[in-house]
Each structure stands twice: as C-alpha cells, then as structure tokens.
Write a protein that binds this ligand. Structure first.
Ligand code: AVJ
Length: 333
C-alpha cells in the first residue's frame, strides 16, 4: 500500500483567531446579540470611562470616594498590620491611595488585564510609598491565579471597588467571590464597593448623561472592533440605549441598529433587523441584604458596611469563612 495521505485534500489553514475576535463573533452570532463589557476598556474607552466618573449624573465614583474618605480609619482597623492588599481590576490610584494612607499595608498586588496600565500605576505608587512592595499581576482576575511568592506569608486583604461586581450575573459574582476566597484564604478580608438599588430616575440619568459621554463609551466598543478586527460597523447607525430593568435590578446597556443592515466582522456577515440590539453591559444593583445573601452563599461573612448619606452606594467588608459558611447558608441556617 502506498501512503496516500499527501494526496488527500489538506484542511485550508485558517489564520489564528484572537481571543477578542472569538468572543466578538460568538456574541454577534448569538440571539439576542451581545458583546462582553470587558472590551470597553481600550485606551479610548478607558479615557471615556474616566470622563464618566466625573459626570454630574454619574454618582458611583464620587459616592464611593466619599465613603472611603469618611471611613478610612474604620476600614483600616479591619486591615491587619503588614497585610498584602490585592486589588482586582486596578482601576484608579485614587481609591487605593486612601487605604494605603490609612492602614499599615506592606505590599500591594494590583491584578489587571492591561499590563501597560499596571506598570504605570505601579510606578506612581512606588514613588509615593517608597516602603511599599508593589507586585502587579497581569491577567484576568476572574480566573484563578497565584499570588507573587514575596507576599505569600502576609495576611491578605482584597479590594474590589467601583461596583465592578455589578457587571457579573449574580451566579458569576458568586463564582468570583468563591474564587477570590480560595486565592486569599481563610480569614481574609474583602473590601468591596457595591452600588445600591435606588430610584430609577437617578439610575437612568447616570447611564444617559446629558453630555453624551456614556453614549460615546458604548459606541466606542464598535469603533474598537472596527479598529482592531477590521469590521465595518457604521457608527452613526447604532444608538445608545440604557435603562433600568426593575425585575432584575440592573441597568442594561444596548446598541440598537437604526435600520436593517449588514456588518462584516472577521470575514463574516452579520445581519441586523431594524431596531435589533446588541446587549453590551449589565450593571447589577443590590440591596445591603441581597448582597449579604450573595456573599454568604459564596462563603463570605458580612462584617461591616458603610454608605453615603443618600444611601446610593455602599462599601462592604466581608470575612472569608469558606465552605462551612456557604453550606450553612445554602441549608438555610
Ligand atoms: C465600571 C462596571 C462599574 O456599571 O457603572 C459606567 C461601567 N458603564 N457607565 C458601571 C459603566 C456605563 C461601570 N462599572
């Protein structure tokens, strides 16, 4: 027998597809269409988000900073001396700086996907706090990761500000909290910013600002896909829709197609009906009680909670109790 393999048709070699291209195609092929909010934050998107945090309608950042400032001493009491502070998705230096000034923190481990952003932030903090060990970890903080060896012996405190936890579905938030508990270990403290359920008019205004910055932030997702994946979204043919969904306690952001149209993405044609939307983000809102239940169901015990005078936003301190706490909660105890 002669080996015939070389005469058989060979598979056409496909150009390797990036993780972003795979996620984008996956979301645009689905019904209803969706895109992961993590792709908002390229250089342009991160700048637009910075602008959002300064808008008069966008209360979360201001409220959280106010809470951290007013309660820095009380929060610092929960942080053991010589602790290592692990920040998930190192957003802005401003928030962590308040903790670094108030508590005796030996090491700071910011975890973020953007390595470039991490290095810049790390340098700033090293200059400001010369005795602080700063060990960034570049990676996706929703996945299990190892703490740097230099901090392994220190007591661990997690920091997850900004109500970024609201981007997760509640079951994903639970998985995130369990994973965080596994990484930080028994008795670790987690300081987490959680946006609260409130009047829908306040919520709707925060995601539909008069200056149109949130709209630009939303549409930049398509602009980024055009830039990085060579797609041909017509940016003026998609409209920003953001509204509070009361049944599910979440703000939903969508991009609605202004007409029936076709878009080419990575060589694939995506059809849009007039008015069809791409769901780009959920931002879940919790009550103190509903977040407490989520925490317990993930093995974390709520120990303290601080809020602003209008009760718009909360900073919550949790302690990791592990499986015992989780099972007790799930068994209704
Ligand atoms: C960074 C996820 C907390 O949900 O409020 C702001 C993102 N989206 N305006 C939020 C966002 C539109 C923000 N988080």
């Amino acid at each position: 027998m002669v080996a015939l393999a070389k005469h058989l048709p060979q598979p056409v070699s496909q150009p390797p597809i990036s993780p972003m291209a795979a996620d984008v195609l996956d979301g645009l092929r689905a019904t209803p269409k969706r895109l992961p909010p993590k792709y908002f934050y390229d250089a342009v998107g991160s700048q637009l988000f910075e602008k959002i945090t300064q808008l008069p309608e966008y209360y979360p950042t201001r409220c959280e900073l106010e809470i951290l400032r007013a309660n820095a001493a009380a929060i610092a009491k929960l942080i053991p001396s010589g602790a290592c502070l692990v920040e998930f998705g190192s957003g802005s230096c401003a928030k962590v700086r308040l903790l670094l000034q108030a508590a005796r923190i030996a090491a700071y481990v910011p975890v973020d996907i953007s390595a470039e952003f991490l290095e810049r932030e790390a340098d700033t903090l090293r200059r400001e706090f010369p005795r602080l060990v700063v060990s960034p970890v570049a990676g996706d903080f929703t996945q299990p990761f190892e703490l740097p060896g230099s901090v392994k012996a220190m007591p661990r405190v997690g920091f997850f500000p900004g109500s970024t936890v609201g981007n997760f579905e509640p079951h994903e938030a639970c998985a995130f909290l369990r994973n965080t508990g596994r990484i930080l270990g028994r008795d670790a403290v987690l300081i987490i910013g959680v946006d609260l359920i409130k009047d829908a008019s306040v919520l709707n205004a925060a995601y539909n600002d008069a200056a149109g910055v949130t709209e630009a932030f939303n549409v930049n997702l398509l602009a980024r896909i055009n830039r990085e994946l060579g797609a041909d979204f017509k940016l003026d043919k998609f409209e920003h829709h953001a509204f509070y969904n009361r049944e599910r306690d979440r703000i939903e952001m969508h991009l609605a197609s202004a007409k029936r149209q076709k878009v080419k993405v990575c060589g694939e044609t995506i059809d849009f009906r007039a008015g069809e939307t791409i769901h780009t983000e959920n931002s879940y809102k919790y009550s103190v009680e509903s977040f407490g239940a989520l925490a317990r169901g993930s093995g974390w015990i709520p120990v303290s909670m601080w809020t602003d005078p209008k009760r718009f936003f909360s900073v919550q301190a949790l302690k990791f109790g592990g499986e015992k706490i989780r099972r007790a909660f799930l068994n209704g105890k």
